[in-house]
Write a protein that binds this ligand. Structure first.
Ligand code: PGA
Length: 247
């Protein structure tokens, strides 16, 4: 049985009071049978949350590919690991686009996380122009190719993949459940080809991009969709919990 996961990417939202209130509500909510609830708050809140976490898991939104040193503004995998963090998002399209992160850098970040026992939530997803040109599958395969060819089976088994078509992020336009399922199945087949069927069937693949309470059930009912990476709808307790109940 694959892990079902609902992860909230708060991005650069919520002031300290709002963030602590939402954390408290989620943290006090009885844990879900079979669903891993994760939040990725701005890094400035991670230390405080990690000291109080009970029912909620924590993820960072980003990490440096370097171990330590003169990298102003960066946070290392060992710092995250010292806070007992279990997850970190890497390769989010906003970082690929605004920070010019390359597939190589994203691979190095994922590797550094795995070296510190943190599970990368590895994002991939095509631009609208890629999809319109019929290149969506090719782009996603390229984005994942370093992990698929360079990680050992053991390393890959600790990766969570998140398929997030860029044109669906924050736009209110969701991929149809058929399109999302097709891509998730494609990703699972890639994993099976590069490793084996057993691993492909064990890895959780999340959908992200305007996932909301009213479309989560339909998305999560697809064979290869194991949950969601949620942006906007993770900023409110009710909508986030309602998505987490959509399996
Ligand atoms: P969204 O963001 O749910 O607001 O579209 C998803 C994401 O960027 O992870």
């Amino acid at each position: 049985m694959r892990k079902k996961i609902v992860a909230g990417n708060w991005k650069m939202n919520l002031d300290s009071r709002e963030a602590h209130l939402l954390f408290e509500e989620l943290n006090n909510y009885p844990s879900f049978e079979g669903v891993n609830l994760i939040i990725a708050p701005p890094s400035i809140y991670l230390d405080s949350f990690s000291k109080h976490k009970q029912n909620i898991h924590l993820a960072a939104q980003n990490v440096s590919a370097h171990l330590n040193g003169a990298y102003t503004g960066q946070i290392s995998s060992s710092m995250l690991s010292a806070m007992n963090l279990n997850y970190c998002i890497v390769g989010h399209s906003e970082r690929r686009i605004y920070n010019n992160e390359s597939n190589e850098q994203i691979f190095q970040k994922a590797k550094s996380l795995l070296d510190h026992n943190i599970q990368p939530i590895l994002c991939c997803g095509e631009l609208l122009e890629d999809r319109e040109a019929g290149d969506a599958f090719k782009v996603v395969e390229q984005q994942l190719s370093l992990e698929l060819t360079k990680f050992t089976k053991q390393q890959m088994s600790n990766v969570i993949v998140a398929y997030e078509p860029v044109w669906a992020i924050g736009t209110g336009v969701t991929a149809s459940s058929d399109d999302a399922q097709q891509m998730h199945q494609f990703i699972r087949t890639l994993i099976s080809t590069h490793f084996d069927n057993q691993l492909a069937n064990e890895i959780s693949i999340l959908y992200g991009g305007s996932c909301k309470p009213d479309n989560a059930k339909e998305l999560f009912s697809q064979n290869d969709i194991d949950g969601g990476l949620i942006g906007g709808a993770s900023l409110k307790f009710d909508s986030f919990i309602s998505i987490a109940k959509s399996f």
